[in-house]
Design a protein around this ligand. Structure first.
Ligand code: 9WN
Length: 437
């Protein structure tokens, strides 16, 4: 058990240990490079401690941006052989848009826009920070433009992801339904994660073969977006991914108004209006009372609840009455449990037959999703639920430390082994710090 001061010191120590002279790794050994959405959450932690590092974190990420605006999910700033797949598997250089620095060839939820607005708030609206934001605004805007111009084939305001790693929620059980639609070769894997972490808490080899196969397809198409849109067997409209993009649109609008960027603001407003409509018309499931995935290739809704179902609250997408319906799942509902026997918020529906409480994104609680949901609940003044999820998040971090993911069941938390995956995990520390401030 830590006191608040000890907890703050612990979070600070984790970030300092993972700082690499210009950017922050998510976790020693397990994730030795810079990741896209991690960098955003981590920058928020730095914003409370050292604004210069927060800025460096964002600049380091943008070094990996491609000439078409795409931001890759990993920037390989340094060599390391403790992670698979590395740059030699991705071969981003096959794309005509890739930069000099080695990167992956897939992306992740675009959190940078709303992170910049939060950094500005944390800075006390400093003019200096506004100059910084102005200096990179075009790059972040270009990333949004890339999404809306290349990944919305039906022009419905919803962008697709073409790889499960793009979701950030790598092995949610919903992807099993997509893997069932095609088969893959018996690739020889060179996994490092299962040598570092209990394999029963990670995705299986069979799943990894699908992950690698998709990368092989992209390489065979030189990462051309039109070929991916036409042929990729994994093409999903994801409520979490689109919510992060819409929340970032809204922040870029707010910042753009301060910066007098009228044309970009107008474009962002048009994207946002269509996107909110698309989210509510297509991804909200009134029977399940939550947002779900849509499989563009199979033209079907994937009607299952996960922590991603609540992410639209953060981007102010649901109406007040939809938000009221959705929160029925949290305190006293299927996620919290009738007697609140679970910590909020399991990454997958705890009542589903596919729920696995200790395996990665198939059940455990993740701190970044909790933070996103907390922010969303606050947007709607749903204070009871907001306070519950904040308390659960800080309780887990206090009890076990900065693990990557956690056991949702309170009863199983009575045993000692309730923090899973990597320890001293950066975004757990960074967002814990943000919740304490
Ligand atoms: C693949 C870095 C990343 C997170 C993801 C998380 C995990 C990578 C992996 O680690 O994914 O991107 O190798 O398992 O699922 O959300 O960004 O922390």
């Amino acid at each position: 058990m830590y006191s608040t001061d000890q907890l703050r010191n612990h979070f600070t120590a984790v970030l300092n240990d993972n700082w690499q002279d210009g950017f922050t790794i998510p976790c020693q050994g397990l994730y030795p490079f810079q990741w896209f959405w991690d960098s955003g959450f981590i920058a928020l932690g730095w914003a409370h401690l050292d604004m210069d590092r927060a800025k460096q974190e964002i600049l380091a990420l943008l070094k990996g941006q491609w000439s078409n605006g795409f931001i890759p999910h990993i920037v390989f700033h340094n060599p390391s052989d403790s992670y698979y797949p590395g740059p030699e598997v991705y071969r981003a250089d096959l794309s005509e848009h890739a930069p000099e620095i080695p990167t992956s060839g897939i992306t992740q939820p675009p959190v940078t826009g709303f992170v910049l607005q939060d950094m500005f708030r944390i800075s006390g609206n400093s003019q200096e920070l506004l100059f910084f934001i102005d200096s990179i605004y075009d790059q972040v805007f270009a990333n949004h433009q890339y999404f809306y111009e290349n990944r919305d084939p039906n022009m419905e305001g919803l962008v697709y992801i073409c790889h499960n790693w793009e979701a950030g929620t790598d092995n949610t059980p919903v992807w099993d339904l997509i893997w069932d639609t095609f088969s893959v070769p018996e690739y020889q894997l060179n996994r490092k994660d299962t040598k570092l972490i209990d394999a029963s808490h990670r995705p299986s080899d069979a799943e990894y073969r699908y992950y690698i196969h998709l990368v092989e397809l992209f390489k065979s198409w030189n990462y051309q977006d039109d070929l991916i849109a036409e042929q990729c067997p994994f093409l999903i409209q994801d409520p979490l991914f689109n919510s992060m993009l819409i929340a970032s649109n809204r922040s870029l609008i707010w910042l753009g108004e301060l910066l007098g960027r009228d044309q970009q603001v107008e474009q962002l407003r048009a994207w946002t209006e269509l996107a909110v409509q698309g989210m509510n018309d297509k991804l909200y499931d009134p029977d399940l009372k939550g947002y779900v995935y849509y499989d563009l290739r199979g033209e079907r809704k994937l009607p299952y609840l996960s922590s991603s179902s609540f992410a639209p609250l953060m981007a102010q997408i649901p109406s007040a009455s939809q938000a009221d319906e959705m929160i029925g799942h949290l305190c006293g509902g299927r996620f919290g449990g009738k007697d609140q026997e679970n910590f909020l918020c399991a990454s997958f529906d705890p009542l589903s037959e596919w729920f696995e409480s200790s395996r990665y994104w198939r059940g455990p609680v993740w701190i970044n999703l909790n933070w996103i949901i907390y922010k969303g609940l606050r947007n709607y003044q749903l204070n009871t639920e907001a306070e519950q999820i904040k308390k659960d998040t800080l309780d887990l971090l206090t009890k076990y430390g900065c693990f990557e993911y956690f056991e949702p069941s309170r009863e199983m938390n009575e045993g000692l082994k309730a923090g899973y995956g990597g320890n001293n995990f950066s975004w757990s520390a960074a967002l814990g710090l943000d919740l304490l401030n």
